[in-house]
Design a protein around this ligand. Sequence first.
Ligand SMILES: [Cu+2]
Length: 311
Amino acid sequence: MSRNNILDNQESAEKYFEAVWALKDIKKSPWPGQEGKLSLYDFIVFWHHRAMMLSTPPNNPRRNAAHSGPVFLPWHRYMLLRFENLLGEAIDDPDFNLPYWDWSEESKVLENSKIWTDDYLGQFEGSDWEIRFDQNSFGDSPFPLTTSRELRRYVGTWPEVSVGDKAAIQAVVNSESNYDEIPYDQTSNRFRNLLEGWRGDNRLHNNIHLFVGGHNGTIQNRVFGDMILSTSPNDPTFFLHHCFIDKVWAAWQEKWSESKYVPNNSESDEYLFHRLDDPMHTFFDETVTPRDMLDVSEEYSYDSLSDITQQ
Ligand SMILES: [Cu+2]
């Protein structure tokens, strides 16, 4: 089974939505230790929040254990794999695969995409889809203080947020053979950061969060500057978007199969959590490193990579 384009495959869309509703259900999918309050879906949101709040190194708020550095791609690949497994368990389908949302196909008219209709992501806006905590609802507790809010989006309301088209993605994939470079942060000008979007035209990954806005972005105003909410996985859009980012990385890996992940563990402790053999941030009882995420061909494949690598 492969990961498919959600807009081309009605069956994979329906399965994804069924599984997401099941994983969000407190009764069907309780978060162990938070029974009656939070679900396993919420647990994944919490994991993302905690990884993003962990500055690496501790005195550098501009890089964290999941973003703004080399581990951005392997950490999110790992997160998607765990999420995909949980979704499969929630609907009793061991072969379940996440679909992806290729926003680059409709980059100029994205606010009018059918992805926002009630057959797709529109169904999550409104009272049935409950946001149980967000970045601001922690207080002094390590666990979120639960709230109840409706999911908000402000799709396409920031006119200056541009969305990359397919050609922009192909250009990055085909022109940049280096994975990353010193100082391995928001200022690096190599593939990881051109895709993550702190640099380069259209700020590829980052701008989709901002374009969607609301709980997936920065909540309407600019209180947080350009910081994306640590609780952005509250919006099921998050996983479809990140699955597409993962597909672009997979295409890049196929195109530049000789290129290496950097840094490796001979480099400074300053890059802890980001080096090839560093254990990544997790709440699961396992040790997973970026190296473990470089070849995941036994876990899943994409329906196509050539649409990304063609010139
Ligand atoms: Cu993230």
